[in-house]
Design a protein around this ligand. Structure first.
Ligand code: C2E
Ligand code: CA
Ligand code: CA
Ligand code: CA
Length: 278
């Protein structure tokens, strides 16, 4: 927080690089938290806009910390990315999410599972083999799994990202571009990469019903996605008016507080029962 202006180095860092004492403590603790199974997954449903049925869920990690209380990803994901712990974290999340997917399959529920992966994960050439092994361990077909990546991630090292994505795509899983529309790059890479899904960033979707400019952007992304043969998902759908607009635009899936917040598994299962969605 406090930087020492003239000493040539900072005692405290700005909180993003993982160098402050507080952050170092949290990082040491995250390793333990993963081992002690303190990470919990909440699941947020995505509905098919044409049928209203739940098509799948996104797994969102939380840390139920023994002393610090319930922590949201903003408090620890960036730290994990900067220290390399993101590898353990992502594999742990994938393992838990696939175990849940298998349990739902056994209960006759036909749900897609989406998991977020960070830049470091996508640039890790061993990721595809690890994903393949976890799918096998849990007996989950690859086409049940979607990995959500961001444009920033792809741009960090395009040739390497391309190689990893190609291998992941060969496994048969879906690849979604998360936060779509917030990057500053050209769209050429979309043509060259095996992505299956665009997720329109919530900053465009939340104001959709009241902002003409955002509505135009959302419409353009839906059109772009359909013309490229991609599935289009809107995240951050908070009201019925936005829901209706997205359905009329032909957007495929909707995710957001209007349907459900991310929820612990029991509550998500109760939601599925009341909506009679699968
Ligand atoms: P994201 O992947 O873009 O996830 C969407 C975020 O928007 C989630 O925040 C979700 O709770 C929130 N959200 C969903 N619907 C609405 C809505 O209608 N309105 C608004 N205002 N917000 C909505 P959350 O769970 O705090 O996650 C924040 C970010 O942390 C995620 O953004 C993702 O980048 C990262 N993250 C979460 N779980 C994981 C994980 O397991 N691994 C990695 N690498 N990153 C994760
Ligand atoms: Ca996501
Ligand atoms: Ca899919
Ligand atoms: Ca997003």
């Amino acid at each position: 927080v406090a930087k020492q202006a003239h000493s040539g180095y900072a005692i405290y860092d700005d909180g993003d690089t993982g160098a402050s004492r507080e952050n170092l403590a949290l990082i040491a603790d995250l390793r333990r938290g993963i081992e002690d199974d303190e990470l919990v997954l909440h699941y947020q449903p995505k509905a098919n806009l044409a049928t209203g049925r739940t098509a799948g869920v996104e797994a969102l990690v939380r840390w139920d910390h023994s002393e610090r209380g319930f922590l949201y990803p903003d408090a620890f994901i960036a730290l994990a990315e900067n220290t390399g712990l993101i590898r353990e974290l992502t594999l742990h999340v994938l393992d838990r999410a696939l175990a849940q997917t298998r349990a739902w399959m056994d209960a006759g529920l036909d749900l897609h599972m989406a998991v977020n992966v960070s830049t470091r994960n996508l640039l890790d050439l061993t990721l595809p083999d690890q994903v393949e092994a976890l799918l096998e361990t849990h007996g989950v077909p690859a086409d049940r799994l979607e990995l959500e990546i961001t444009e920033t991630t792809i741009m960090a090292d395009p040739p390497r990202a391309k190689a990893v994505l190609a291998r992941l795509s060969q496994l048969g899983l879906s690849l979604a571009v998360d936060d779509f529309g917030t990057g500053y790059t050209s769209l050429g890479w979309l043509r060259d990469l095996p992505v299956t899904t665009l997720k329109i960033d919530k900053s465009f979707v939340m104001p959709l019903a009241t902002s003409d400019g955002d509505a135009k952007i959302v419409r353009s992304i839906v059109q772009l996605g359909s013309s490229l043969g991609l599935q289009v998902v809107a995240e951050g759908v908070e009201d019925q008016a936005s829901w209706d607009i997205l359905r009329d635009l032909g957007c495929d899936l909707a995710q957001g507080y209007h349907l459900s917040k991310p929820q612990p598994v029991e509550r998500l299962e109760a939601f599925l029962r009341t909506t009679d969605s699968t």
